[in-house]
Design a protein around this ligand. Structure first.
Ligand SMILES: Cc1ncc(COP(=O)(O)O)c(C=O)c1O
Length: 401
């Protein structure tokens, strides 16, 4: 069958990328990969999950764990998250939290909630590729968010109007962003809040990496700054997306959205229609394990990732030729490289895989307009320090040509 006329127009933007094809090669054992931004499985608290799941299934919660449940999510987990949110300056209660299947589902729901076709989403240039993937299904236009505030609200509004819709939200990966590794400082977050107030739009604050700070001072979440100004989360336009993927384990698919109850209750209806609820067993396991070891576990993985970040930055200093620039992240998993103008990250990847056996992600994948061809993203999360040193040395040799 030719399916083209049966598929909805929204599927036209769902394309397997060439990069994904190239990255299939990563399974080969001799490749040093800086490509995937995923946790090192060596750090998964597998024993703690094993004992939590066994406790749940052999105790009084077994029935509830295996039965259908409420769309909002497992209440003890929502209570625990509300407690964590209060610790970072976001006083709220469980009704301000919706549990999602990873923060990726949060992005999908927020796109679905706010974007009609031709509405505009403001995103960074570059931004998290998965956010573009989630929003694309709702057929939006994208406009380049300038977090430093060099464009007026009227300019954004007029641009959106010319494209046939209106600006609905600004999306930002705020701490140790994917892909750049950069963190928005407090002044920039304030500028964003003022812009959102002027445009009367929502802010999607993607805090997937927030707990992975290695050094420097924590910057308050945008939602915390807004509550400080407006008095209560119920008056806020910021929707905070959190995740256990980078701290405990991505495979359990547990994340959350924290925001005003008016929005959360709409999202609950959406979740009811989409998948009823996220896996209760997984939510219970996360609640139990987080309740027991979260702080000490995160401290341990931060130390390990910090050493890898340091190894990557030191190797870059040692091996990169003049004209190559890179970010110095205070946490997270990524370093963002800007190559000399005219160089192409995708060509470099093809060459690198062939001659150096080193993988990374070409940066243009993270630009809504496909620009940024002279950039690449390196992740330091999966390789040990010695391997990182060797991989960067090979990359340096390739760039020296
Ligand atoms: C910035 C950012 N947001 C959200 C996600 C989605 O993560 P998850 O759905 O596992 O919570 C990722 C995953 O890499 C990410 O990098």
């Amino acid at each position: 069958m030719n399916w083209d006329h049966v598929f909805a127009s929204r599927t036209s933007r769902m394309k397997a990328s060439e990069i994904r094809e190239l990255l299939k090669l990563l399974d080969q054992p001799d490749i040093i990969s800086f490509a995937g931004g995923i946790p090192d499985p060596a750090f998964f608290p597998a024993a703690e999950f094993q004992s939590a799941i066994s406790d749940i299934l052999t105790g009084p919660r077994a029935e509830a764990a295996l039965q259908y449940s409420v769309s909002e999510g497992y209440k003890p987990l929502r209570d625990w998250i509300a407690g964590q949110m209060a610790r970072i300056g976001v006083p709220c209660d469980a009704d301000n939290i919706l549990i999602t299947s990873g923060s990726q589902q949060a992005l999908d729901y927020l796109g679905k909630l706010m974007l009609s076709p031709r509405d505009t989403a403001l995103v960074g240039w570059p931004t998290y590729l998965g956010a573009l993937g989630a929003f694309n299904a709702y057929e939006p236009e994208y406009d380049r968010l300038d977090p430093r505030g060099n464009r007026s609200a009227a300019d954004y509004a007029q641009t959106a109007q010319a494209k046939g819709g209106r600006v609905k939200f600004a999306y930002m990966s705020v701490d140790f962003a994917n892909p750049t590794g950069e963190t928005l400082d407090a002044a920039t977050r304030q500028t964003m809040l003022t812009l959102a107030d002027d445009l009367d739009i929502a802010i999607i604050e993607d805090a997937a990496y927030q707990s992975l700070r290695f050094d420097g001072d924590a910057v308050p979440p945008i939602l915390a700054m807004e509550i400080e100004q407006k008095g209560s989360i119920e008056a806020c336009r910021t929707l905070y997306c959190g995740s256990f993927s980078k701290t405990l384990a991505p495979g359990l698919r547990v994340g959350w959205i924290c925001g005003a109850k008016e929005v959360i209750s709409r999202l609950v209806l959406m979740k009811q229609a989409a998948d009823l609820h996220s896996s209760t067993l997984n939510q219970m396991a996360i609640a139990d394990v987080a309740g027991k070891i979260f702080d000490e576990h995160v401290a341990r993985i931060r130390t390990a990732y910090r050493a890898r970040r340091d190894a990557m930055l030191a190797a870059l200093t040692q091996h990169m030729p003049a004209g190559v620039e890179w970010t110095r992240p205070e946490g997270g998993m990524f370093v963002w490289i800007t190559l000399p103008k005219g160089m192409n990250g995708a060509d470099l990847l093809a060459k690198s895989l062939k001659t150096q056996r080193v993988a990374f992600v070409p940066g243009s994948a993270f630009f809504a307009d496909g620009s940024g061809t002279n950039t690449i993203r390196l992740s330091f999360s999966r390789a040990d320090e010695a391997t990182i040193g060797e991989g960067i040395k090979r990359l340096g040799a390739l760039l020296r040509g």
